[in-house]
Design a protein around this ligand. Structure first.
Ligand SMILES: Nc1ncnc2c1ncn2[C@@H]1O[C@H](COP(=O)(O)OP(=O)(O)O)[C@@H](O)[C@H]1O
Ligand SMILES: Nc1ncnc2c1ncn2[C@H]1C[C@H](O)[C@@H](COP(=O)(O)OP(=O)(O)O)O1
Ligand SMILES: [Mg+2]
Length: 199
């Protein structure tokens, strides 16, 4: 992977991180953001699932980790995101990074290797809501991690590893907290307001 150098970094107008719990509605909101703003959506989970689908040896190792609801190694996920960003760096209007950082160290490494985010969107959802949505998604998603046992583990890990990420960026004033309890459109109007505040 060639380095995403400073010149490239400066061209990335907006790097927006979506750091929220599983089932809070990241993927759903990202689709709407892409439709309205034309940003490039990169979901760490989608990138990882694509690797799993390829049937590669690395994909098999990743599948085993994801099925248990654990985090894959930082270098793997960061390299994938960086590679995808480099591929789009010349044409993108901005990047929407969904599902990353999931722990403080991921945020620190992203800044060292890529650059600082301009906004961190945090969709705040009750544990009960996340579980309910994930169980429903599991009826049709075919995802090996949408089951009761793995959902519980993912939520525990979210509170332990991911929530501290929000405090880490709050100190810089780039966190916008979004209430997830309303309809998809109600949540989106808060997301759009946060993005518009960047201009
Ligand atoms: N505001 C909402 N109200 C009700 N259901 C929602 C809402 N947002 C998302 N969902 C549903 O909840 C599930 C999880 O949403 P998703 O976008 O996949 O979340 P995440 O990417 O954060 O895991 C999906 O089945 C989605 O259709
Ligand atoms: N930034 C990251 N670091 C480590 N593992 C990650 C990761 N992003 C995703 N994964 C792995 C572990 C997650 O449980 C799994 C699914 O992630 P996801 O698709 O972002 O879930 P969701 O959108 O339901 O929150 O992939
Ligand atoms: Mg998702």
């Amino acid at each position: 992977i060639p380095p995403l150098d400073r010149c490239h970094c400066n061209k990335i107008i907006n790097v927006i991180h979506f750091t929220c719990g599983p089932g809070s509605g990241k993927g759903t909101q990202c689709e709407k953001v892409v439709a309205k703003y034309g940003f490039t959506h990169l979901s760490s989970g989608d990138l990882l699932r694509a690797e799993v689908s390829s049937g590669s040896e690395r994909g098999k190792q990743l599948a085993a980790i994801m099925e248990k609801g654990e985090l894959v190694p930082l270098d793997t996920v960061l390299d994938m995101i960086k590679e995808a960003m480099i591929a789009k760096a010349d044409t993108s209007k901005g990047f929407l990074i969904d599902g990353y950082p999931r722990e403080v160290r991921q945020g620190e490494e992203f800044e060292k290797k890529i650059g600082a985010p301009s906004l961190l969107l945090y969709i705040d959802a009750k544990a009960e809501t996340m579980v309910k949505r994930l169980m429903k998604r599991g009826e049709t998603s075919g995802r090996t991690d949408d089951n009761e046992e793995t959902i519980k583990k993912r939520l525990d890990l979210y509170y332990k590893a991911t929530e501290p990420v929000i405090a880490f960026y709050e100190g810089r004033g780039i966190v916008r907290k979004i209430d997830s309890e309303g309809s998809v459109d109600q949540v989106f109007s808060q997301v759009a307001k946060a993005i518009d505040s960047l201009k």
